[in-house]
Write a protein that binds this ligand. Structure first.
Ligand code: FEO
Length: 135
């Protein structure tokens, strides 16, 4: 199973955002635990929903701050958020309908979905958020 450990490299040094990212890692790891220990389909569905629902809330938090701070990359970042959620919802639907099982391949997809986005995209707005938060 793939677990994501929090590491300093993921920190944006913006407390509200770091806390939300940490929580998403915890929810991802909870889903992994469920897969590893053979939890029921219903329990895995709930764990996946919890992860996606928290991600939706997190994206909304970021987008609100980006608009508040007039972040120039807002439109592109929001489009990527929307695509990520659409991909995750599709995965959720297929799993609910019994068309796929949650496998290592799915875990790798979700890991990349979470970590690559933080490292590639979120890091770009971090300096602005930090300076606006401290002013
Ligand atoms: Fe932390 Fe853009 O998601």
């Amino acid at each position: 199973m793939t677990y994501i450990d929090w590491d300093e490299k993921y920190s944006l040094h913006v407390k509200e955002i770091d806390d939300q990212h940490k929580n998403m890692f915890l929810l991802f790891n909870k889903l992994q635990d469920g897969m590893r220990t053979g939890k029921s389909k219903e329990e895995l569905e709930n764990a996946l929903s919890e992860l996606i629902d928290n991600t939706v809330i997190h994206f909304a938090t970021e987008e609100k701050l980006m608009q508040q701070f007039s972040y120039v990359g807002f439109v592109e970042h929001k489009r990527i958020h929307d695509d990520l959620i659409a991909d995750a919802r599709e995965l959720q639907k297929r799993f609910s309908q019994g068309r796929i099982t949650l496998t290592e391949k799915v875990s790798v997809f979700l890991t990349d979905w979470l970590t690559d986005h933080i490292l590639d995209m979120d890091k770009k707005y971090a300096p602005l958020f930090r300076s606006e938060s401290s002013s």
